[in-house]
Ligand binder design. Structure first.
Ligand code: SF4
Ligand code: SF4
Length: 136
């Protein structure tokens, strides 16, 4: 009984998501991973290298560090639809339109796209500045 109810709720939620997502596939165009907060100069240099490879860094409101790389999902079809919708990974199923940039009003705390922006960010954070100024 509980299982049936949950299944029904999931279907309703998915229907709402489908309507809201109509014509949009923005969140299928990139992948985001959480990285460890840098503790050494080498860690910071590695992030600079990743930013130079077109990855974006976000330090969110919870203090988590996330890297985003723009790489469209290979399961997107030419119409921008998921070709494996019934078999899509759990992470896709759990993603709600209320969390996405199109509908959510929550802005990233720090969004860093260039080496210069990252160096400015380091200089604005005493703890990171200290690490970055250590001799190599
Ligand atoms: S969840 Fe948001 S970003 Fe993703 S496809 Fe739907 S509307 Fe677009
Ligand atoms: S599997 Fe489908 S829903 Fe998930 S990112 Fe790829 S295209 Fe989007």
């Amino acid at each position: 009984m509980q299982f049936k109810l949950l299944t029904k709720m999931t279907v309703i939620k998915e229907d709402i998501n489908k309507q809201k997502c109509d014509g949009c596939s923005d969140c299928c165009q990139y992948a985001t991973v959480i990285i460890k907060k840098p503790k050494t100069r080498l860690d910071l240099e590695e992030i600079i290298w990743q930013i130079l490879h077109d990855m974006e860094l976000e330090v969110d409101h919870e203090g988590d560090w996330l890297l985003t790389i723009y790489c469209p999902c290979s399961a997107l079809d030419k119409n921008g639809l998921c070709s494996i919708y019934d078999r899509r990974p759990e992470i896709c199923r759990r993603h709600q339109h209320t969390e996405c940039a199109r509908y959510s009003s929550i802005q990233p705390k720090h969004l860093i796209k260039t080496q210069e922006e990252f160096l400015d960010f380091i200089n604005s954070q005493p703890e990171l500045k200290k690490i970055y100024e250590l001799p190599k």
